[in-house]
Design a protein around this ligand. Structure first.
Ligand code: GLV
Ligand code: MG
Length: 351
């Protein structure tokens, strides 16, 4: 086992020291685009102020014949723009693919000072993070990178879910994790062809003794969230290690309501954002992952009523104490981050 005293040491001479915790940034949507398509690269300048994170995708959804063009396109778009406070990420190909080594090497050596986060797909265990961690440090040292590139794991294999706690704790370079429901469904042998979201047949039939015995047409059927267990497990692993949890993709662009419901479940369970694969999902993510103005107002009242965070008070008939004060802090802190980026939201929140 690595000694605790070594945990925050750079893994290569000349590499920047790892951060003690992920930077405090608003990351409500990670907006995916295919960098091999020039038309898409041309949209980057106008996208920068509209989204929290732009991600150049090199992995799934990029045809094998376009993999190298996607990598070159990503480097080009990284160098061509000033991203300001908007995050610049890439999703590289998985470590056992023929492209991963060059994805990592080229992106860091050519564009490492622009790159905030490298998203690593199909992470199975801490060993995948250790490999990337070491390689990034060597490349950062070679390229003279001054700010460490963080790692974001996709949780999308049964083995990854089994090892999620070790993955979350694997390195100070860990930024967070996203649920990858499509690959995870395949890896687990789930019987769905959807990319995230629910399934009409996964649910609970109301108890027969109350609703007309065996007449199932008289008994309500309540659809359940297929992803509840995994999101909960991921959020706990991330929160316990001080890193961030995200819901991943929602593939049915024709069903914005279902997308919003899935994103909101993840938000309420502790996730900070989700992927937007289509421009229409940017607004959904912005709406869902910015705290509700009524909740923010109530949270601010709790904080005001309990300036030192101790004791108990009643607000509108509801008991508040140290624990609800902490819940209020989560909502108020997030609202402040949103407000710092969006003046209209600052006004709505009264901040
Ligand atoms: C994302 O990569 C997924 O597999 O859902
Ligand atoms: Mg996947």
């Amino acid at each position: 086992m690595k000694l605790p005293s070594q945990f925050y040491k750079p893994l290569a001479i000349g590499a920047p020291a790892p951060m003690r915790e992920p930077p405090v940034k608003i990351e409500r949507m990670i907006h995916f685009l295919p960098p091999q398509i020039e038309k898409m690269r041309n949209k980057v300048e106008s996208l920068i102020p509209q989204v929290d994170v732009i991600l150049g995708n090199l992995e799934d959804a990029i045809p094998a014949d376009d993999k190298i063009a996607a990598r070159e396109g990503f480097i080009e778009m990284a160098l061509a723009h000033d991203y300001g406070t908007t995050g610049l990420w890439t999703r590289i190909n998985c470590l056992n693919s023929p492209w991963a080594l060059d994805d990592i090497t080229r992106c860091v050596l050519e564009a490492g000072n622009k790159l905030d986060v490298m998203m690593l797909p199909k992470v199975e265990g801490a060993w995948d993070i250790h490999y990337l961690d070491q390689l990034l440090a060597q490349l950062e040292a070679r390229a003279g990178i001054t700010r460490p590139i963080m790692i974001h794991a996709i949780l999308e294999t049964a083995q990854g879910v089994k090892n999620v706690e070790e993955i979350a704790a694997a390195s100070p370079r860990m930024h967070g994790m996203s649920l990858g429901p499509a690959d995870l469904a395949a890896s687990r042998g789930m019987k769905t062809t959807r990319v995230g979201g629910g399934h009409p047949h996964y649910g609970v039939l109301a108890d027969g003794s109350v609703h007309g015995a065996r007449d199932s047409s008289a008994r309500p059927f309540y659809q359940q969230d297929l992803w509840h267990y995994t999101v909960g497990k991921m959020v706990d692993a991330c929160a316990a290690n001080g890193i961030k949890a995200f819901y991943g993709p929602f593939g049915d662009f024709s069903d914005p309501d279902a997308c919003e419901a899935q994103f909101r479940n993840a938000f309420l369970q502790g996730c900070l954002g989700a992927w937007s694969l289509h421009p229409s999902q940017v607004e959904i993510a912005k709406r869902v992952f910015s705290p509700d103005p009524a909740e923010v107002k109530f949270a601010l009242r709790i904080l005001e009523a309990m300036p030192d965070g101790t004791g108990a008070v009643m607000i509108d008939g509801k008991m508040q104490d140290d624990a609800t004060w902490k819940q209020a802090r989560v909502i108020a802190d997030l609202a402040r981050l949103v407000a710092a980026k969006e003046p209209d939201m600052a006004e709505i929140y009264g901040l």
